[in-house]
Design a protein. Sequence first.
Length: 124
Amino acid sequence: MRSIVFAIALLMCWGVSCIAQDLSPVNGVYLSKRDDTQFLTLRQDSTFVLKQRKSPPDKNDPFVEYTGKYQLDGENIKLILDDGGTAQGTVKGNIFTDGQGDIWVKKGTEQENVVRPKYKPWWR
């Protein structure tokens, strides 16, 4: 009986590891293009930290911090706050776009996301 229970437990653990999603491409710190003092940190363990400016602004304590878990479904991401609230967005490459359409760029990849005009010779 013990060997059957052990085998079932082993299969369950093996199955969970096969199903577990690789979050390494999305984990990192994303800076808001609108205000680079605001950031979203997506961690490998499916948790996040979001730091944003308060609205209306508070001179003594200008930021508010949210924490929770996130779920990834292809390019779609769902942020689930610790208080039960949710937010939606998308992650494409090194760009996170929030539900309001604001763009957040993964820290350290800013130069990769710059659109440079193609070179045109002056004689054409």
